[in-house]
Design a protein around this ligand. Structure first.
Ligand code: NAD
Length: 501
């Protein structure tokens, strides 16, 4: 097994070396080609399951960001701006085919950079990203305005209509947890709408973004339509948000960065979409299929090490079955096999970074200090990699572990008395991204769906996301929607035209 694992790493590292230089040092991708940074600072890309750096990217400067934005802006009035929608759609489809060709490599780039099992990228991230690309490719020639009858203009008849035009240069800022999939939620609708893009991937996961930009050139996109500038949030990210030629920022990440970006974007009235964190409840009623529910609860908090914005990190269980469900969830947690991203037997990997590891370990200590009852896990091990055992607490909704986003494999089980009580607890949160209801009562599922304060409600399944379905949060979970036809609104401006006849 060990030889097989090391062989898989050797092959991956050789593959990276061929796409960069022999030290696996990558450049930015600007104007259709790999472009060295104007500065000399670099960021190491680390495998947190081994605590070892395996590549590096530029810690980009304001000048790098400026070059990328100018390349993107030039294409709005260039070959890209002149392309009909049907041609844009065809290019997106061609890019999707190249992503499909390279899906093993892209999955490895992301999984190894955050320490998660590579199999998860192949069952979720890549299929979802490909579906998103093909879905929005179909929209590219269907973005239309409307003719609107009016009473005329000072007694003269008029012909009024709207046009939906690309918003312009889009700055896309992406987190590390499911990087390629979230990147595609931004790029695919932006490209379909005719925008150009400067992408700033997370510090931890820049490689799949750089590869995507190279594939866009191979697919035949005009140079400068998709640019990637790597670097830190407070420098490269902030420069992108400030840049006067950027018309729109689409951001996924934490509320703190979201607030800073919102303030800065307001200076130039940039269009803004924010997809922020969550503290999503999974609510289990006694009439649910309990075996299915327990599998869904475990997946909802242990998939991707719990580093998922929609993680079901609060499990609300009817008091009559609370002991049984809590014990079953603890049993599932104890059975999870931790391992290396490339180990096919691994069910959960390492946490993505030292900061993330310290944050999750800190919350386990906070939970113990708050006297939440520990039912499983609660141990961490950073001797070889940044591993945290899947952890189950039983506690109350007013505890910090039930109110603050941990972004790790830590869940709190909270009993409730009846439907009204479940709703009260579920909605007592500053977040509102998603909520899950486990029940066999159809009427109850609709009642709950109507009253839960969340952007998405799933009944009898966790994370039923799809490119066709709008996605986003209420309250501190964000503003705006990605995916679905409504995502196109985020990348188009409506222009009203009136001809006085
Ligand atoms: P983060 O907010 O620290 O970083 C996200 C991205 O923003 C990174 O690319 C980072 O470099 C950049 N950034 C940070 N500060 C910035 C600034 N001041 N200006 C410009 N860019 C800046 O978040 P993270 O730790 O990478 O990701 C975890 C957070 O993302 C969690 O809160 C999680 O819930 C959220 N998330 C939300 C969704 C969703 O769809 N709602 C999906 C995934 C992750």
């Amino acid at each position: 097994m060990n030889d097989q694992l090391e062989g898989a790493y050797d092959a991956f590292h050789q593959d990276l070396a061929q796409r960069s230089n022999s030290a696996r040092a990558f450049d930015n991708f600007i104007g259709g080609r790999a472009t060295p940074s104007t500065g000399d600072r670099r960021i190491e890309v680390v495998n947190p399951a081994r605590k070892s750096a395996f590549a590096s990217v530029p810690d980009s400067t304001d000048a790098d960001v400026d070059a990328a934005v100018r390349a993107a802006a030039a294409q709005l009035d260039g070959a890209w701006g002149a392309l009909p929608g049907a041609e844009r759609g065809r290019l997106i489809l061609r890019l999707a085919d190249l992503v499909e060709r390279d899906k093993e490599l892209i999955g490895r780039m992301d999984a190894i950079s955050i320490g998660r099992p590579v199999v998860e990228t192949q069952i979720l991230d890549l299929p979802n990203a490909l579906d998103t690309m093909r879905y929005f490719a179909g929209w590219a020639d269907k973005i239309t305005g409307t003719a609107i009858p009016t009473g005329g203009y000072f007694g003269r008849p008029t012909h009024s209509y709207t046009r939906r035009e690309p918003v312009g240069v889009v700055g896309a800022i992406v987190p590390w947890n499911t990087p390629f999939m979230i990147t595609m939620w931004k790029l695919a609708p932006a490209l379909a709408a005719g925008c150009t893009i400067v992408l700033k991937p997370a510090e931890e996961t820049p490689l799949s973004a750089l590869h995507l930009a190279a594939l866009a050139t191979e697919a035949g996109f005009p140079d400068g339509v998709i640019n990637v500038v790597t670097g830190r949030g407070e420098t490269a990210g902030a420069a992108l948000v400030r840049h006067p030629l950027v018309a729109k920022i689409t951001f996924t990440g934490g509320p703190e960065a979201g607030r800073a970006i919102g303030r800065s974007a307001a200076d130039s009235f940039k269009r803004l979409s924010l997809e922020l964190g969550g503290k999503s409840p999974q609510i289990v009623f006694p009439d649910a299929d309990l075996d299915g529910a327990i599998r869904g609860l475990a997946m909802g908090i242990f998939f991707n090490q719990g580093e998922v914005c929609a993680a079901g990190s609060r499990v609300l269980v009817h008091r009559s079955i609370a002991d049984k469900v809590a014990a079953a969830l603890a049993g599932a947690a104890s059975g999870v096999r931790l391992g290396d991203p490339l180990d096919p037997e691994a069910q959960m990997g390492a946490l993505a970074s030292r900061a993330q590891f310290d944050r999750v370990a800190g919350y386990i200590d906070i939970a113990k200090a708050e006297q939440a009852e520990l039912l499983a896990g609660g141990t961490v091990d950073d001797s070889h990699g940044l591993f945290v055992r899947p952890t189950v607490f039983r506690g109350r909704n007013d505890m910090r572990i039930a109110q603050e986003e941990i972004f790790g494999p830590v869940v709190v089980v909270i009993p409730f008395d009846d439907e009204e009580d479940a709703l009260r607890i579920a909605n007592a949160s500053s977040y509102g991204l998603a909520a899950v209801v486990w029940t066999s009562d159809v009427a109850r599922s609709h009642r709950m769906a109507a009253r839960l304060k969340a952007g998405s409600v799933w009944v009898n399944g966790w994370a039923a996301i799809d490119a066709r379905l709008p996605w986003g949060g209420v309250k501190q979970s964000g503003a705006g929607r990605e995916n679905g036809a409504s995502a196109l609104d985020a990348y188009t401006e409506i222009k009203t035209v009136t001809i006085v006849l």
